[in-house]
Design a protein. Structure first.
Length: 272
């Protein structure tokens, strides 16, 4: 996964030199940038181009040629600016026993790190500190914020008007209470708050790294796929049969050895 400021490189093989060739990138905000492809002098019909990433999010890359008619569409993603990952690239490499100076798959590994972090946060709540803005419908005394734990409520607005902080209170679990009740309306309450953990518990860090290891293993040619029986692998806990028990969350296989690590921090229900 790329970052804003990284250079994305593209290669297209038309097969032979076309009459015309063009390429462009549609940015996450909907605007488009025209690329300037150049033909490889040693490979007629092969075009290359580069683009310096300026926005985070999904980018659509399209190229087209005439004489012969040819077209290609692809996608690349740039990481969010706050990089909501629980563990870093260096500690992930150390856990996976990848040499620190081996950068061949850094972008792919960063994508796995973000995915593993999302799965862990699905169990324990937000870990990587970030600003969240969400809307809720009024009409009751309480609003349940969607991404606890809450570190601080920064701003609350009803129908666009700022609400005096003295009339509401909040809890780390995400309960936002108005002393007189929130004015009724559909998605009329906008809340901006800081979510995450000031200190990440070691069991959460360890669980994230282990989840990453298990789901990265197939990239290394291992047999850690969730449905293959896991022959010859032990998922790191020495008990193959028990470790194969788990579930799928957000497309990641989460064995019980990871779930058990997260259990002390598993988020509970919010009591209204």
């Amino acid at each position: 996964m790329l970052d804003v400021g990284d250079t994305a490189s593209f290669t297209w093989d038309v097969g032979s030199t076309p009459d015309t060739f063009s390429a462009r990138v549609r940015l996450p905000d909907g605007t488009q940038t025209t690329l300037t492809p150049t033909e490889d002098p040693d490979r007629p019909g092969r075009y290359v181009a580069e683009y310096v990433v300026a926005q985070h999010g999904r980018h659509l890359v399209s190229a087209a040629a005439t004489g012969p008619a040819w077209a290609d569409v692809d996608v690349f993603n740039a990481a969010p600016p706050d990089w909501p990952a629980i563990v870093g690239l260096a500690e992930a490499k150390k856990h996976l026993e990848i040499e620190a100076n081996d950068h061949d798959r850094d972008d792919e590994l960063r994508g796995f790190i973000l995915s593993a972090s999302m799965v862990v946060e699905d169990v324990v709540g937000v870990v990587a500190r970030r600003t969240v803005t969400e809307t809720a419908s009024g009409g009751g005394r309480n609003i349940v914020l969607e991404k606890p734990p809450v570190l601080e409520v920064v701003d609350v607005r009803v129908d666009g008007a700022v609400v005096d902080p003295s009339v509401y209170r909040w809890s780390p679990s995400g309960l936002l209470t108005h002393q007189g009740g929130w004015p009724a309306g559909l998605r009329n309450v906008e809340v901006t708050y800081l979510a995450g953990k000031l200190v990440v518990p070691p069991n959460v860090v360890n669980a994230t790294l282990e989840l990453l290891r298990i789901n990265w293993r197939p990239q290394e040619g291992g047999n850690y796929a969730p449905f293959d029986g896991g022959a010859g692998d032990d998922f790191g806990n020495g008990d193959l049969e028990a470790s194969l028990q788990g579930n799928l969350r957000l497309g990641f296989f989460v064995p019980n050895t990871v779930i058990q690590r997260l259990q002390p921090d598993q988020r509970g229900p919010v009591i209204l």
